[in-house]
Design a protein. Sequence first.
Length: 110
Amino acid sequence: MKQLVVALICAVFTLSTAYAQDAKKKKDTVTFFVEEMECANCQKKVEKNIAFEKGVTDLKCDLKTRTVNVTYKTDKTSKTKLASAFKKIGMEAVPVDDGAGCPVDPAKKK
């Protein structure tokens, strides 16, 4: 009986360790420049659709700079898949390199 209790305790610790490792899945954040995001309706369209893509955990839109910050689980999606999701809603999303700024200056647009 004592051996059974010890075996069960070991099994519980093993399973809890495995579960804790799954809970620590890696996340990444990418900033997209979305030239077509020109108004509040466009922003809502992005928020309603991209936020529910598989693996997306957080989404912040900045209409002034036309950027969208997306935090996602790397085991569920990727930058390429997220860019494809923007295409599905009729918008072109270009990942912005760290510190490089927007590929198109919004102030220079019509």
